[in-house]
Write a protein that binds this ligand. Structure first.
Ligand code: ADP
Ligand code: MG
Length: 679
């Protein structure tokens, strides 16, 4: 029955699973704390004392049992919300008990909820730090405690003579790692913090090592087995563009990234490169120049954007840049007419279209090129890996793939999520850009904010006002948006206001956006649908309502919609006045920096990689149990370096001492697809 519960609740099926279910924290059994010595932020700890009384409070779902517990130095409250009938009679007043838990202070009183409780004579078991395991509500209701789990783990550990080593001996020796056997035994019941840290380090390292090994092995396999187009020439398209058309000097970062691309496409291997650059860093021109390299070598190129508006904007700007060179650029989207579509199909096949720009429509099977040499994907995070794979299949020889994203991804995460892509960074904005000024304002200052907006409008500028739309509370959110829209219309009666949200039909949404693009409307009230999208250099104000409800990366993306013209731009973060300390810190970070990487790092630390914009779709290839990408950056790097030198010395992983690698890889990644095919 218990085994069944563990399986249902945690997916624990075997002894192996049980032992690999590591504690989330530890009780320090080496010392007993006194209640009087409790301070803020206490760890899980043990206290020895007696219950003075038990009283029941509240009714129904709010019912709770409170035991007053004294250790002679002071008293604290022990609170139970569940299984009250059981706990009411489980303990006696006057008997000595040992309690394990995390004290919290509430209204000047210390308390613990649902601590573990032992009679002192039974507490003689394990010394040192004892693992505490997460419990689900169901397990708790069944009366299973963390101590039960600890006991099962200990029993299981005793059954296993020795855990086989999973890392090569030379790596263990070089980095002075604990052995697998020692680490697995230690992690549940370390003697002290020192030992715990060494065990943790070993297990984290192992996890990240295999993650990297898996990624790098496929990347290597691909680069040696997948043939790529060879573009030996820089020809007239590129050179003429550079000398006659390019309207500004490239930034150093743009030049560097172009060189990296040039090296890739000239190598004979297929390029899979991710270009990261903050909004406005000038990725489009880099993409165009990469496409010119393809054209110079007799190939075609395409560029895929996530929305119709964005595709259209790319089309218009690239066409005007490419036209003087006699380059034929066409646009293909969901709303392209049948006749036009047929014409495009024919001309793609005969090669008279050089560059095709479009939306998802590009990856449909009936879109065939004569010879596609390079595919560019803009704003990566709206495309899944599967869609990338379909682009890949458009030629006998896979086209080079250039992925461009404005979502800065911290290095450790990029190494993991995009470990099979080479990464280039455009870390410099074109000169003369005025950084957006970001202000934090509270709801009661709305009137002043509107006055400033009025001044910008009077100068001919345009304004975005963004509302959060978070699904749990959709109705309420939409109401906020509608009320906001009405309020704005009343406040600025002499301007046109458009209203855009994700629930609208795409056609209608595009129509509204287009009005704003053409400055037929001066104010756009919207949900985050505008996050990826329009380029309106005349828009100089971005107001974000309920900014406290947005993630940092999302705020950064939104802010990137302004500051694209020559004017000083503003981003106003509107918030409730009453917000938590952490939230205020996050918003203040936004007002103090425009560095996307700094913001992404901070976001990763507070929200974890799962939530990070841009990684949702690509996803992690493997769930991490011990390592944390936000805080273990150094171990990620170490594991990466180890893997690189290992693969360099033993690409097939078959040398003596490496016997464990292949079986372990297939055990860990049995179900993942061959990543070399999807990028
Ligand atoms: P993003 O990286 O967000 O896609 P874009 O490619 O749209 O940025 O570029 C933003 C603006 O900056 C465009 O108007 C573009 O013409 C301009 N731009 C790009 N590179 C430079 C440069 N080196 N010098 C001046 N302006 C540039
Ligand atoms: Mg762009």
């Amino acid at each position: 029955m218990k085994a069944r519960l563990l399986q249902d609740e945690f997916g624990i099926r075997s002894l192996h699973d049980l032992i690999h279910n590591f504690p989330t924290h530890y009780i320090d059994r080496s010392q007993t704390y006194t209640i009087r010595s409790f301070r803020d932020e206490m760890p899980y700890l043990q206290v020895k004392g007696r219950f003075v009384s038990f009283t029941q409070h509240g009714e129904g779902a709010k019912m709770r049992l409170v035991g007053l517990f004294s250790d002679g130095t002071a008293t604290m409250e022990i609170v139970w919300f569940k299984r009250i009938r059981h706990f009411k009679t489980a303990y006696n007043t006057g008997t000595e008990y040992i309690l394990y838990g995390k004290p919290r202070e509430f209204n000047g009183r210390w308390s613990m909820t649902h601590p573990e409780i032992d009679p002192p004579e039974s507490a003689t078991g394990a010394g040192g730090l004892r693992g505490v395991y997460p419990l689900t509500e169901k397990l708790r209701n069944q009366g299973i405690t963390s101590r039960n789990i600890f006991q099962w783990v200990c029993n299981s550990l005793a059954l296993v003579k020795i855990f086989p080593e999973t890392l090569p001996p030379e790596i263990i020796a070089r980095h002075r790692l604990m052995s697998a056997d020692e680490a697995l035994r230690t992690i549940h019941n370390p003697r002290d913090n020192d030992e715990l840290n060494r065990a943790r380090f070993r297990l984290k390292f192992e996890e990240l090592f295999y993650l990297q090994l898996n990624i790098r092995r496929y990347a290597d396999k691909r680069s040696t087995s997948v043939q790529g187009r060879h573009f030996p020439r820089i020809g007239t398209f590129f050179n003429n563009f550079y000398s006659q058309v390019l309207p500004f000097p490239l930034t150093g970062a743009q030049k560097r990234v172009l060189k990296e691309i040039r090296t890739d496409v000239g190598s004979g291997r297929q390029m899979n490169r991710l270009v990261q650059g903050d909004v406005g860093s000038g990725k489009t021109i880099v993409a165009l120049m990469a496409m010119l390299m393809a054209l110079d070598n007799g190939c075609q190129a395409c560029m895929m954007a996530p929305t119709e508006i964005l595709a259209t904007q790319h089309y218009e700007s690239l066409r005007s840049l490419a036209a003087p060179l006699g380059i034929n650029v066409r646009l293909l989207t969901g709303s392209t007419r049948k006749k036009e579509r047929e014409d495009i199909s024919a001309r793609l096949l005969d090669g008279s279209i050089h560059i095709l720009i479009g939306t998802h429509a590009l990856i449909e099977d009936n879109v065939r090129f004569r010879d596609l040499g390079l595919a560019v994907i803009d704003e990566q995070h709206r495309f899944g890996v599967v869609q990338r794979a379909r682009l890949w299949q458009k030629n006998v020889i896979a086209p080079h793939v250039l992925v461009m994203t404005a979502t800065p991804i911290p290095r450790t995460l990029a190494m993991t999520v995009y470990g099979d892509l080479d990464v280039s960074v455009i870390d410099e904005l074109p000169p003369g850009r005025k950084p957006v000024t970001t202000l934090l304002r509270y709801d009661d200052q709305r009137f002043q904010v509107y006055r400033s907006i009025g001044r910008q409008l009077a100068q001919g500028r345009q304004v975005y006002i963004v509302y959060p739309l978070i699904l749990e509370n959709e109705k309420l959110d939409l109401k906020c948006l509608e009320e906001g829209y009405e309020l704005i219309r009343e406040t600025f009666p002499s301007y046109n206001v458009v209203y855009v949200h994700g629930k609208m039909k795409p056609k209608e949404k595009d129509r509204q956006m287009q009005l704003f693009v053409e400055n037929k409307a001066q104010i756009m009230v919207a949900t985050t649908v505008i996050e990826v999208g329009v380029n309106v250099p005349n828009a100089s104000v971005m107001v974000i309502e309920n900014a406290e409800r947005f993630g940092l990366s999302q705020l950064h993306q939104l802010r990137g919609r302004v500051g694209r013209g020559a004017e000083q731009s503003f981003c106003v973060l509107m918030s409730k006045r009453k917000i938590g300390h952490e939230t205020r810190k996050r918003l203040e970070l936004m007002t103090s920096t425009t560095d996307g990487f700094l913001i992404a790092e901070a976001d990763l630390k507070t929200r974890g990689p799962g939530d990070l914009e841009g990684t949702m779709q690509s996803g992690m290839p493997m769930e991490l149990h011990v390592a944390n990408l936000a805080t273990d950056g150094q171990i990620v790097q170490l594991a990466r370096d180890c893997v690189d030198s290992l693969l360099a010395a033993d690409p097939t992983l078959t040398q003596p001492g490496h016997e464990m690698l292949l079986p372990e890889l297939s055990r860990l990644f049995a179900r993942t697809t061959d990543m070399s095919r999807i990028s």
